[in-house]
Design a binder for this molecule. Structure first.
Ligand code: ASP
Length: 441
C-alpha cells in the first residue's frame, strides 16, 4: 500500500487539484492521501498558509481578520467552482473566521489551509475526511509525541477504507492546534506512512526529484535517481529543500522508502530515498557514484578560539560550549586543531551582537589567548556513500576549488566519511558549487 502526499503547488488551483486527485484515484495501491494547503499559482502569488498568518496578524492589529480572510475564502471557493464540486464550505469558513476573531492561536489559523483543503479533496475523491487533530499528538510543551501518534493513527486508520488527511498540524493534550515548522505536511505524510505500514511513501511535488545541486546555480544539474536517508539528511540540512528535513524520521523507523514524484510530470521516475541497508545490500541496485549530491548554505559564522596547550586542558571544550549554551547559540559544526577550536554557528539565526558578547565571554571565562569571530561564511557539503573508504575524493574537491581560484576557509569531514564540508567566503559560494559540479558530474 502507498501513502500519497501532495504539496502546495499540487493544490494551488482547480486544475492542479484535479491532476493530483486523478493520480490518487488511478492508483490501486493508494488508500491514504495527505494534502498541503493551496500554494502559489505563480511566483508572485501568496500561499494560503501565508494568507492565514496574515489573518492572525490582522486580528491582532485591528481586532478582526475580515479583510485577509476574504482572500482565503476566495482561494477555496475558486477551487470548488473550478472542480464543479457540490460542496458547501461556508459554515466551516464562517466558524474559522469566528475562531480567529475570538483569539484562536497562530497555529490554529495557519492550520486551516490544510484542514479545508483536505475537506475539499476528500469530497472530490469521495473518500472519508480524517482530521489530523485525531491522529497527530504533541505534548503540552509542543514537542511531537511520535509513539503516541503512531498508536493513535494506526488504530484509527486501520478502520478506514481510504481517507484524505490534512498535513502540517496536530493537537496538544488540551486540544489546542500545534503545527510543525513550515513545509511540515511532508512530516505528516511520513507519519501516516509509518502508521499504516505503507510499502512506499510517495511525495508528490512540482519538481522531478532531488537534483545533484541547486538548479539556480547549475541550470542543467542532473537528477539524483536514488538517495539514502542519511544522504538526504545531509543534503536537506544543507539547503536542498525538496522535502522537509524531519520527514525521514517516522519512515526510517519502519524502513519505508520515500519516492519524490512530480504531479505535473507524472511519467518521471522521480528520486527514490531508501534506508541505507537496503541500498548497501544492493536490493535497489544503485549505480556506483562517488558523490551523490552537493548542497550548501550561506551566512554561517565561525568563532576561532586559540589557546596554547589546549589539547592538555581538561574540560576546555565543555567550558566553551557552556558559554554558547547560556547565550542560546546552537553549534552546527566544530572543527578543531591542537590549540584551536572553531565552533561554527548559523549566522542567519544569531544577532551579531550576541555573537560578539559570547566571544568576549569565551576569552574571559575560558582564558583563551585569542578569540575572533568571522561572519559571512558559506558551507558546502559534498555528500555520498561512495566517498567512504575511497581514495582521492578530497583531492578532487580541493583541486576543483583551487583551479577556480577559491580559498578554503575551513574543512570538516564527518566520521562516517559520508560528507566533506568546506567553508568558503559567501561571495565564492556559487562559483565553488559550479566548479565542484564540473569536477564530479
Ligand atoms: N502549508 C504549510 C506551509 O506552507 C505546510 C506545507 O505546505 O507543508 O509551510
Amino acid at each position: 500500500m502507498k501513502v500519497l502526499k501532495f504539496g502546495g503547488t499540487s493544490m494551488a488551483n482547480a486544475d492542479a487539484v484535479k491532476r493530483a486527485a486523478d493520480i490518487a484515484a488511478a492508483d490501486p495501491d493508494n488508500k491514504f492521501v495527505v494534502v498541503s494547503a493551496p500554494g502559489k499559482r505563480d511566483p508572485a502569488d501568496v500561499k494560503v498558509t501565508d494568507l492565514l498568518y496574515a489573518c492572525y496578524n490582522e486580528k491582532l492589529k485591528t481586532g478582526a481578520c475580515g479583510k485577509s480572510f476574504a482572500a482565503v475564502e476566495k482561494r477555496f471557493n475558486d477551487i470548488i467552482a473550478g472542480l464543479n464540486l457540490r460542496l458547501d464550505i461556508s459554515g466551516r469558513l464562517e466558524r474559522i473566521k469566528r475562531e480567529i476573531d475570538a483569539g484562536a492561536g497562530k497555529d490554529y489559523a495557519a492550520s486551516r489551509g490544510e484542514y479545508l483543503c483536505a475537506v475539499l479533496v476528500a469530497a472530490y475523491l469521495d473518500r472519508e475526511f480524517i482530521d489530523a487533530a485525531d491522529l497527530i499528538k504533541f505534548d503540552a510543551r509542543g514537542n511531537f509525541c511520535d509513539e503516541l501518534t503512531n498508536a493513535a493513527a494506526a488504530k484509527i486508520l486501520a478502520k478506514s477504507d481510504g481517507a484524505v488527511i490534512p498535513g502540517f498540524y496536530g493537537v496538544k493534550p488540551d486540544g489546542a492546534v500545534k503545527t510543525f515548522t513550515r513545509g511540515g505536511s511532508d512530516v505528516t505524510g511520513s507519519i501516516i506512512a509509518r502508521a499504516v505500514r505503507a510499502e512506499v511513501y510517495e511525495n508528490w511535488t512540482d519538481v522531478d526529484g532531488f537534483l545533484v545541486c541547486d538548479p539556480r546555480i547549475v541550470n542543467d544539474a542532473k537528477l539524483i535517481p536514488m538517495l539514502t536517508y542519511k544522504e538526504l539528511r545531509e543534503l536537506s540540512y544543507m539547503g536542498a529543500n525538496v522535502l522537509h528535513s524531519d520527514c525521514i524520521f517516522p519512515v526510517r523507523k519502519s524502513d519505508i522508502p520515500i519516492r519524490i514524484r512530480n504531479t505535473f510530470n507524472p511519467g518521471a521516475e522521480g528520486t527514490l530515498i531508501v534506508p541505507t541497508k537496503k541500498f548497501l545490500s544492493g536490493e535497489f541496485g544503485r549505480p556506483d557514484s562517488v558523490i551523490t549530491g552537493i548542497a550548501g548554505r550561506k551566512d554561517f559564522a565561525a568563532i576561532h578560539i586559540e589557546k596554547s596547550l589546549m589539547n592538555n586542558e581538561l574540560g576546555f571544550a565543555r567550558r566553551v560550549l557552556s558559554v554558547l549554551e547560556r547565550r542560546n547559540i546552537s553549534v552546527e559544526h566544530m572543527p578543531s586543531g591542537i590549540d584551536t577550536l572553531s565552533p561554527v554557528v548559523d549566522g542567519a539565526d544569531i544577532d551579531p551582537e550576541v555573537l560578539r558578547l559570547a566571544a568576549a565571554e569565551i576569552r574571559s571565562e575560558c582564558g583563551a589567548d585569542n578569540v575572533e569571530t568571522v561572519e559571512g561564511l558559506a558551507l558546502i557539503a559534498v555528500v555520498g556513500h561512495g566517498m567512504s573508504r575511497k581514495r582521492g575524493t578530497a583531492a578532487r574537491v580541493f583541486a576543483a576549488l583551487s583551479a577556480a581560484g577559491i580559498n578554503i576557509r575551513m574543512i570538516d569531514q564527518g566520521s562516517s566519511e559520508l560528507n566533506l564540508i568546506v567553508a568558503v567566503e559567501n561571495g565564492d559560494y556559487e562559483n565553488a558549487v559550479k566548479s565542484l559540479y564540473r569536477a564530479f558530474f
